[in-house]
Design a protein around this ligand. Sequence first.
Ligand SMILES: Cc1ncc(COP(=O)(O)O)c(C=O)c1O
Length: 405
Amino acid sequence: MTTSPLDSLRAQFPLLQANPELVYLDNAATTQKPLAMLDAERRFYETMNANVHRGGHRLGHAATEAYEAARITVARFINAASAGEIVFTRGATEAINLVAYSWGGSTLKPGDEILLSTLEHHANIVPWQLIAQTTGAVIRAIPLLDDGQIDMAAYQALLSPRTRLVGISQMSNALGVCPPLAQIIPTAHAVGASVLVDGAQAIAHQEIDVQALGADFYVFSGHKVFGPTGIGVLWARADILEQMPPWQGGGEMIERVSFAGTTFAPAPRRFEAGTPAFAQTIALAAALDWLRGQDRPAIAVHESALYRQLAAGIDQINGVRILGTATGKGPIASLVFSHAHPYDVAQFLDERDIAVRVGNHCAGPLMQSLGLNNGTLRISIAAYNTAAQIDLLLSTLNETLELLA
Ligand SMILES: Cc1ncc(COP(=O)(O)O)c(C=O)c1O
C-alpha cells in the first residue's frame, strides 16, 4: 500500500500520531510540532549546549554559530535582504512592543496618528495605546466592510500627513480575512507613514517575501509556524533598524559599559538584551527548514480545499453561519449560531475530541464592531488536517445544534 503525501506529513507529527482520533482545528492559536523541530532542539541541548556570544570555548563557539545560522535561515525564509535585519524576540507580541517602544517612543509626537485596522489582534493594538499615552499620539481605527474586508475608501480618507504608522494584519486571526496589503502599503508610504505588518497568522499559510511586500516592519511568532514557543521575529529594513534606540538594557546589547555612560551594539544585537532563547531559535530555524522542504503550493491548495469543504458544509446546516465572506481568505472560519452559545458547542465538540477555539480571539474591537457579546467559535486549519476531519466536524456540529435547538 502506498502512503499519501498527507499521511506522510501527518506521520512527522508525534502528537498527531499519538492521538489518531484527535481533530485539531485550533491551529491559529498554535500549531503542532514536527519531529524535525523537536529533534533539533533536543540535539542542540545534547551536543552543543552553551550560552551564545560569550563562551571562550568550543561549545560556546558552536552554539553561537548555530544561533547566527538560525538568523540567516529566518532571513532566507522571509526573503530579507540580510540576516542583520532579523531581531529575535519572544514572539509577535514582543516584536510589536519593541517597535512601539523603540521606534514609536523615539519618533511619535503629540497629534501624530497611528492607523490600526479593526481586524487587529490585541497584540497590534495595546502596545500602540501604551505608547500613544506617553507620546501624545492618537490612534484611529480603520473600519471594515460588511464582508470583513478593510473599508479601503475609509482607509484612504483617514490617511493624512499626520499618519505616522499603519498597523495591519496580513491575515486576521479571527476571520481569516487578508487585507489588500499591495494597496495599503504604498498608499501609507505616499503620505510618509511607516507600515507594520502582523504576519502571525499568514506565515504558516503563505510564502513571505518581505522585500516584495515593501512594508517597514514584519513580525511573527515561531509557535504558529511549527516552531517552539518563546521565540519570535521582528524584521525591519536595515536603515530603519539602525536608527532605532534600544528598548531594553542588559548584557549583549552593549558595546562598552561604564558608569560614565554606555554605548550600544549595532542592530540587531542592540535589541536582544540578555541571554536569548538560543535553543528555541535554533529549533525555529529547523521548523522553517522543515516547512521549506514541504510542497508549499500543494499545502496551500489542500488548505483552501478544506476551507471550501467547510464553508459548503456550514451552508447546509441550520442555525450557523461563517462571519466574514470576503474573498481570498485564509483557512480560518469564525462561526456564529442563531440558537446556541459557542461555548456549549465547543464543549460538545471537545467531548468528541474535536479541538476548536471559542471567545473573542484577542480581537475585542472586532467583536464590538460586529456586535458580538459571546464571541465566535473558530475553526483554523493547518497542513495536516484532512477532509475526513472536516466531514466529522460538520456532522458533529449538525448533531450538536439539533441537540441544543
Ligand atoms: C494576528 C496575531 N497577531 C499577534 C498574535 C500574538 O502572537 P503571540 O501571542 O505568539 O505573541 C497573534 C496570536 O494569536 C495573532 O493571531
